[in-house]
Design a protein around this ligand. Sequence first.
Ligand code: 13P
Length: 255
Amino acid sequence: MKKDVRKAVIAGNWKMNKTPSQAAELAKELRETVAGADCDVIVCVPFVDLQAVSEAVKGSNIHVGAQNCHFEKSGAFTGEISADMLAEMGVEYVIIGHSERRTYFGETDVTVNLRTKAALAAGLKVILCVGEYLEQREQGITAEIVSMQTKIALAGISAEELKNVIIAYEPVWAIGTGKTATSDQAEEVCAEIRAVVCGLYGEAAAEGLTIQYGGSMNAGNADELLSKVNVDGGLIGGASLKAADFGKIVAAASK
Ligand code: 13P
């Protein structure tokens, strides 16, 4: 982290977990656990939990996000949710391009770009996910893959809009596997992403950009990962569903 120049941000990605009543319960627990945080705290919850969680965290330091949005403003897209719908609910953040959406739901770099643009236009802040598969790492093309994902996702996005973007580096092989990237691996790729952003937007924009690491980050490894200068926070899956664990990660980012 480099907290003098950019925000440290810990975000929970609850994925497809918690009914609205369960979500409200966890959110209330989290309110207490993260009350003294010296970093930004976000919970990205299922669409149907947004209302309950927003109410449960009202007046606290917890920000609320969704996990996806469609790129069209409205229309015949059965089962989809627009960025305007989220914004009107008071939702502040949205995750775009998570590898689970790329892998299971046909998300491509191009649709990630469209969704990012739609979300920013609606006034949402975006947590943009990039990351390589294990085979790509083994082939030695991690930097190329992550650079390409970053460049395509940010195509047509202005420097002003970039201020509302967080990039999350999530190596696919580390997600939900218990297999964390080493802090050096995380640092190397986060630095690469920053260099790509520097090439696109210049030094000041790149230095100010928050880049998170995600993939089996937990209470035990958060300190080490966050000690790296280009790792400005975490996008947490499994460990975000336990208030005590999430609280420890937030505490690590608050140092
Ligand atoms: P885990 O922390 O469960 O590995 O999930 C990471 C993730 O995908 C967050 O978006």
